[in-house]
Design a protein around this ligand. Structure first.
Ligand code: GDP
Ligand code: IMO
Ligand code: MG
Length: 422
């Protein structure tokens, strides 16, 4: 058996959590492969709304095993709060949430370092989620990180050494902070972690595949936030692309099956950095209002704009997307005209190729399509799609050269329509 990978094609918040939840019944296992509590994956069903940060979005469907892979960075304090809230709401998970011993731990001082680096950048700040993601991955790459497996050894010594390193850096930056309280919560989180199966997830996943079990890998963030291929330096610090599933779970490239690429019917971005199709007018405000475009965790207002096919083609290429999933089409229900960026004009030259940098003067060139102007939120089958919507989908499929297999018409689990899915 191969693993299927589901990931974001834009700047995150495409609706990954919702679709992972919808697809989970078809899989034996769901596994997160990168990122950490910078993610906020929203699921809605039976009138309830849940936002997951470190726990995979397969946790609500039956008793499926969910895995936090080695590529993830884990904050024990935030993890404890998240897991306890789920357990309290009637979703026991201790036995079926497996955590890789090779996942790196986000320390309280990583969070402080995140804040200190952002403050030092001034106006050029990335606009991070403040969860210590960058500093934790930095320590991992510079071989100074601490891992979940370390809590099984002489953890106090390992922790003290790493903390002392951070304190020295923070002192040299003259950055004031007090972690007394969060360190207490963090240590309680470490004890809490011990109650979960701490596993060699690369062995576990490969054994499952050998046993013909199916695995869905859940990405966090989106391709435009990838450390290598995103709008650097306004990116996150992990590989959010399909290859990240290989390194973040220990799955060989020839074990990758379907790659589900998720996009909104328009586009959003939160934090700083370039966004060629961003709208600063009332159309942008309308997208924000109708789409409730505010961060699932931070509450930050998301910047909104039209769909960007230049960027999407690039994302599809990097990830080898086999199936597209289009989210939030209902948000466009009342628009008379819908625009899609088909090329950029940079210094007077038109290009359909995603350039080295999208900073500076990148003028989007738009195709315009008529809107469908009807309520799609109660539709349950593609037979009900209005003609203009079918035209929009056909246009996107022709441009992107990948079939759109799922269309989402609302936040609820049930507001999901499959199109000729095998
Ligand atoms: P993720 O990080 O990719 O999982 O996405 P988020 O949860 O951060 O953001 C997606 C938001 O859109 C959430 O509030 C979802 O409940 C909501 N959502 C998902 N699909 C749809 C949809 O088809 N229509 C509408 N209106 N909202 C949706
Ligand atoms: P999900 O999984 C949207 C953005 C931050 C910032 C940049 C770096 O819910 O789609 P970081 O804290 O990772 O160092 O921040 O990346 N960012 C996200 N934007 N959705 C996310 O996750 C994000 N995770 C990080 O806003 O611009
Ligand atoms: Mg999100």
């Amino acid at each position: 058996m191969k693993v299927d990978v589901l990931l974001g094609l834009q700047w995150g918040d495409e609706g990954k959590g919702k679709v992972v939840d919808v697809l989970t019944p078809r899989y034996d296992v769901v596994a997160r492969f990168q990122g950490g509590p910078n993610a906020g994956h929203t699921l809605e069903f039976e009138g309830q709304k849940y936002v997951l940060r470190s726990i995979p979005s397969g946790i609500f469907q039956g008793d499926k095993v969910n895995i936090i892979g080695n590529g993830v960075v884990l904050d024990p304090a935030l993890f404890k709060a998240e897991a306890e809230a789920l357990e309290a709401s009637g979703h026991p998970l201790k036995e079926r949430l497996h955590i890789s011993k090779k996942a790196h731990l986000i320390m309280p001082t990583h969070r402080v370092l995140d804040a200190a680096y952002e403050a030092a950048k001034g106006d050029a700040k990335v606009g991070t989620t403040g969860k210590g993601i960058g500093p934790t991955y930095t320590d991992k790459i510079s071989r100074n990180g601490i891992r979940v497996g370390d809590i099984l050894g002489d953890f106090d010594t390992i922790y003290a050494k790493a903390k002392a390193r951070h304190e020295e850096i923070l002192k040299s930056m003259n950055f004031e902070y007090d972690i007394t309280e969060i360190e207490k919560e963090w240590m309680a989180g470490i004890e809490y972690l011990r109650q979960f199966p701490l596993v060699d997830s690369e062995h576990e996943i490969n054994a499952l595949l050998k046993d013909d079990k199916s695995v869905l890998c859940e990405g966090a963030q989106g391709t435009m936030l990838d450390i290598d291929f995103g709008s650097y330096p306004f990116v996150t610090s992990s590989n959010t692309v399909c290859a990240g599933a290989c390194s973040g779970l220990g799955v060989a490239p020839n074990k990758i099956g379907n790659v589900y690429g998720i996009m909104k019917a328009y586009c959003t971005r939160v934090g700083s950095g370039p966004f060629p199709t961003e709208l600063f007018d009332e159309t942008g405000d309308k997208l924000c209002t109708l789409g409730h475009e505010f961060g699932s965790v931070t509450g930050r207002k998301r910047r909104c704009g039209w769909i960007d096919l230049v960027a999407l083609k690039y994302s599809i290429m990097i990830n080898g997307v086999t199936h597209l999933i289009m989210m939030k089409s209902d948000v466009l229900d009342t628009f008379e005209t819908i625009k899609a960026c088909v090329a950029y004009r940079i210094n007077g030259v038109e290009t359909e190729n995603f350039p080295y940098s999208i900073e500076g003067e990148v003028e989007p060139i738009y195709a315009e399509l008529p809107g469908w102007q009807c309520d799609m939120t109660k539709m349950t089958s593609e037979d009900e799609f209005p003609e203009e919507f079918n035209n929009y989908i056909s246009f996107l499929e022709e441009e992107l050269e990948v079939p759109i297999k799922i269309v989402s018409v609302g936040p609820d689990r049930d507001q999901t329509i499959e199109r000729y899915m095998e």
